[in-house]
Structures are given as structure tokens and as C-alpha cells.
Design a protein around this ligand. Structure first.
Ligand code: IFM
Length: 425
């Protein structure tokens, strides 16, 4: 990975990422409440082979070993997520001190190693009692999220400077509420849109709560993809623009521009009733950085009959794919970053690439080692593309690999290995 890589700017932040439900396990310990993922994973047929996060990588118990592995990588930062149901088991009210103690110890141990802790407050593990009251479809969840953010900051902001509010609200809305392939498993198609807006509102309210408690840098992490029309026909081009509006602009425009993309082409209202006066001002509070997760570009054609969707995602031909079947297109990272720079201009804050990586079917050699050539090639290509984007003027300040460890890959269970470190489950 390092041979011949060009030099990155002084102070560039190198890190690795994980998320609570994907690695922690210990779902019944120290007063943790249930989350939507506990419910979903224990519902037959929802997760491949019935896998759950009950034990995951047992990070809740083995975190000192995991931090030793992190130390061995020489990274400057570790992005992890705080499990809301550990901090507020019922999703509201007084904090559970034992839940906060876990992250308190983790933060101290990271700082002792000279590694910057970068917590994400929400990586999809909504406390089940909040889902029972409507989850992210209910506007009140945004207020509950800000209350939880305040509790986390009261305990940790004396040592944690950089905070991420939400991870990939698009993916949570789409997979969790529109298609039902993730928790909480609702399949509402366009009726899921309020779940996206309420997450962004929660983000905006949390920004203020975090800053009031000493957070120095606050960010949101969005999953972004460069969208490529399948042909230059007017139909494919229009479908690609629509897909771009849903995947990228729906979550970047409100935050960076204080506006909402036009989705009237699919019959949605120009002024959606779930967006109330003042919401966009709250949501567009200036950020210290934007977190960008990149995996692959998306090729889009005009709608295919019978899907109920206004666009069709079609394969990108002639490129390698990951074990997940995702196309490997390093240039897509360059195109994404330069595209954001062009689209948002001065409204774009510095960027941290908060996730990038690939799943690989690792094989452990006779000597116990994984010779991870496919992953090394993937990272090498993406780092070169990232470097080119910086050379082209995009202000990127850091890069985090997904993931430190192989872990629970949501509805694919333990089948996709994204880790720099191989886990023998
Ligand atoms: O594992 C996920 C992560 O939780 C969010 N971003 C994408 C990763 C790979 O699918």
C-alpha cells in the first residue's frame, strides 16, 4: 500500500472506522437496552443465516486487544460509534452511567496511545422503545437524539474534540424505512422520506447541543456516490439526475445549502409537509467538516417496469468487483470529491473520508497469515484517486478505512469481511 504512494498534506488524519452494533456484542450487559437491530436480527429471515450482533467481535470485552491492534497500524484516529441504547436504554431520560463508563474508558485508552477518538453518535442502533413510538418517522425522535447527544458530550467533550452526529442517514432511511432490508424493516418506499428529514433535524439539533457542551468540531457523515447515466439518452440522463437527488442531494443540500432538492418529478410535493418552518435553518448550521463515505459509483438507467422506482440501477461492466459484488472504481472517489467541490463551492466545508474499503473473501494461509492483496490493491487505487482530488483543489483532511476488524455486515451477517484485521469468529 505504501510503495510509491504520493505524499499527503502535513497533518492529514489517517484512521480506521467501526460501529457499535457491528463489533461490540454484550447486548445485555451493564444496563444496555434493546435496539432496533437486536429486534431485526432476531426476527427469522431478516439476516443471512440468522446471524446477530449478540457477540459480534466481542469488542465490549476485548477492546484492550483491539486497541493494541489499532496501535500496531499506526493510525492517528479511530472512528467508533456510541450505542445510544447503552447510554439511554429506553431512548430518553436519565443516562445509564455504566454505558457511558465504557466509552469513557475507551476514550482514555485511545488518548493514552496518542490516537484521536472520533465518535459517531448514531450508527443505526435506535433504542427499540423509540421505534415503538414511530422511530425516525416521528419528529420527536429528533429531539430525543439531541438530548442523547447532550448526555454523551457532557461526559466526553472534555476529551473528545471531534464529533460525528449521524452515519449515512440516507442508507438508514432507504434500507431501514423504504425497502425494509435493514432494521427496523419497514417497506414504505417514498413514505419513508420523513425518516430522512427527521434524522437531519436530529443532526441539526445535536450540533447545537454538542457545541453548547464544548465540542470543538462537529460533522455529519453522508454516504455519497457519483452517479453515471447508463447512456446519453434523455431518459437515462433524467433518471440519473433523479437518483443523484435522492442519494446525494437529499442529505447534502439541506445541510450545506439550507435547501431541499426538487423531487416533484416523482409526484412529491415541492414543499413537503414534514419540513416545518425553521427546520432548514437548524439543519444547515455550519459544519466543521463533512464526512463522506465512498464505496462505488452508481450507474443509472430509466425506470424498469414493475419496480415502483423512478430509476433503475444497472451494473458497471468491465471492472473488478468485491466479494459483495460491488464494482471497484477508484476514480469514482476522485470524481465524487471534485463533484462535491464543484457543486457546493464555498458552502463545502473540509472533507474527511470517513469510510472507504472493500469486502474480500480472505483466505488464511498455512502460516496463519492473510495475504490481503485484493484489499491492498483496492486501498492503493483509492488513495491515489484521493490524492489526485486533493491536487485538484478539494480540501480533504483525512481518510478512514472501513473497517478495523471484520464485523457484522448488517443483513449479510458475518459473510462480508471488510476488516484490515481478520477475525476468527
Ligand atoms: O458496514 C457498513 C457500515 O456500517 C456503513 N457504511 C458501509 C459499510 C459497508 O457496507
Amino acid at each position: 500500500m505504501t510503495s510509491g504512494l504520493p505524499a499527503f498534506p502535513e497533518g492529514f488524519l489517517w484512521g480506521v472506522s467501526t460501529a457499535a452494533y457491528q463489533i461490540e456484542g454484550a447486548v445485555d450487559e451493564d444496563g444496555r437496552g434493546r435496539s432496533v437491530w437486536d429486534t431485526f436480527a432476531h426476527t427469522p429471515g431478516r439476516v443471512r443465516d440468522g446471524h446477530t450482533g449478540d457477540t459480534a467481535c466481542d469488542h465490549y470485552h476485548r477492546w484492550p486487544e483491539d486497541l493494541a491492534l489499532l496501535g500496531g497500524l499506526g493510525v492517528g484516529a479511530y472512528r467508533f460509534s456510541i450505542a445510544w441504547p447503552r447510554v439511554q436504554p429506553g431512548g430518553s431520560g436519565a443516562p445509564n452511567p455504566r454505558g457511558l463508563d465504557f466509552y469513557d474508558r475507551l476514550v482514555d485508552a485511545l488518548l493514552e496511545r496518542g490516537v484521536e477518538p472520533v465518535p459517531t453518535l448514531y450508527h443505526w442502533d435506535l433504542p427499540q422503545p423509540l421505534e415503538d413510538r414511530g422511530g425516525w418517522l416521528d419528529r420527536d425522535t429528533a429531539h430525543r437524539f439531541a438530548e442523547y447527544a447532550a448526555l454523551a458530550a457532557e461526559r466526553l467533550a472534555d476529551r473528545v474534540g471531534r464529533w460525528i452526529t449521524l452515519n449515512e442517514p440516507l442508507v438508514h432511511m432507504a434500507e431501514g424505512y423504504a425497502f425494509g432490508t435493514h432494521a427496523p424493516g419497514r417497506a414504505l418506499l417514498f413514505d419513508a422520506l420523513p425518516a430522512g428529514h427527521h434524522q437531519l433535524l436530529g443532526h441539526g439539533l445535536a450540533v447545537a447541543a454538542l457545541r453548547a457542551r464544548g465540542a470543538r468540531q462537529v460533522m455529519l457523515t453522508n454516504n455519497c456516490t457519483p452517479v453515471v447515466p447508463a447512456s446519453d439518452s434523455a431518459e437515462d440522463t433524467a433518471a440519473a439526475a433523479l437518483y443523484d437527488a435522492f442519494h446525494n442531494r437529499l442529505f447534502n443540500d439541506p445541510v450545506l445549502l439550507g435547501s431541499h432538492p426538487d423531487l416533484t418529478a416523482v409526484g412529491l410535493p415541492a414543499e413537503p409537509p414534514w419540513i416545518r418552518d425553521g427546520d432548514l435553518e437548524t439543519i444547515s448550521a455550519p459544519l466543521d467538516a463533512l464526512g463522506v463515505n465512498y464505496y462505488n459509483p452508481t450507474r443509472v438507467a430509466a425506470a424498469a417496469p414493475g419496480t415502483g422506482l423512478p430509476f433503475d440501477m444497472v451494473p458497471i461492466e468491465g471492472v473488478p468487483t468485491t466479494a459483495f459484488g460491488w464494482p471497484v472504481v477508484p476514480d469514482g472517489l476522485h470524481d465524487l470529491l471534485t463533484g462535491l467541490h464543484l457543486r457546493y463551492g464555498p458552502a463545502l466545508p473540509p472533507i474527511l473520508v470517513t469510510e472507504n474499503g472493500c469486502s474480500v473473501e480472505d483466505t488464511v494461509d498455512g502460516d496463519g497469515r492473510v495475504r490481503d492483496t485484493a484489499r491492498i490493491d483496492y486501498l492503493d487505487g483509492h488513495l491515489r484517486a484521493l490524492h489526485r482530488a486533493i491536487a485538484d483543489g478539494v480540501d480533504v483532511r483525512g481518510y478512514f478505512v472501513w473497517s478495523l476488524l471484520d464485523n457484522f455486515e448488517w443483513s449479510d451477517g458475518y459473510h462480508q469481511r471488510f476488516g484490515l484485521v481478520h477475525v476468527d469468529y
